[in-house]
Design a binder for this molecule. Structure first.
Ligand code: NAG
Ligand code: NAG
Length: 188
């Protein structure tokens, strides 16, 4: 019986270790992590006149999601990222930036920012969810610059969720496997 519980214990340990995330390719540069423009000015303390509008409220690994910065007036600059909810981990990649914008390499192409100071409105940014290790909850986060001296930070979308519970499934499969192992050993 002790042998059985040892096996069970190892299998559960293995199950748990497979759900642990690994972090990307090292520290992102400072703008990537702080999302603060290098303007010398402080972020406005008033409520941001901008919001992030996201297509849908759930996602699948590898799915393309569109994000729009809504609100007025038109903005000159911005920095937009997706992060694992409740953490500072930057996730996914951004694709085909619209005119007057460009991709920023953080830990991959995982931010989009202005390429010039032309006024911008209605631009649609496309984010591709990670294909593996997709977080259960993602939040889009932006800094939006109206003019150099007036900008807002920490503009957040609502949380959106990974469809299905991938690691839950993985975990159930592991538990099922451990139970099978135990009954097999018992039947010997
Ligand atoms: C997302 O967009 C990229 C680039 O257009 C494309 O290669 C990829 O197949 C798209 N992914 C899905 C799931 O549609
Ligand atoms: C983007 O810029 C190109 C070249 O200036 C132009 O031809 C195209 O119409 C622009 N696209 C949009 C959506 O404005």
């Amino acid at each position: 019986m002790e042998f059985v519980s040892q096996i069970l214990f190892s299998v559960v340990l293995l199950c748990l270790s497979t759900t642990v995330y690994t972090y990307g390719n090292g520290a992102p540069d400072t703008a990537c992590s702080s999302m603060k423009p290098n303007h010398g000015a402080e972020a406005s303390a008033t409520a941001a006149p901008y919001n992030l509008q996201v297509s849908g409220s759930t996602y699948n690994p590898g799915q393309n999601i569109t994000v729009t910065i809504t609100g007025t007036p038109e903005y000159k600059g911005f920095l937009l990222q997706a992060r694992e909810a409740g953490t500072s981990k930057i996730v996914g990649t951004w694709l085909s930036p619209p005119n007057n914008t460009k991709l920023l390499e953080c830990t991959g192409s995982n931010a989009v920012t202005h390429a010039n100071n032309q006024l911008k409105t209605g631009l649609v940014y496309t984010w591709m969810a990670p294909k593996s290790d997709a977080p259960k909850k993602v939040v889009f986060q932006a800094t939006v610059v109206k003019v150099k001296a007036e900008f807002w930070m920490n503009i957040l979308s609502s949380e959106f969720q990974l469809n299905g519970a991938t690691s839950g499934l993985k975990y159930s499969a592991c538990v099922l496997f451990s139970l099978l192992t135990v009954s097999l050993i018992r039947s010997i």
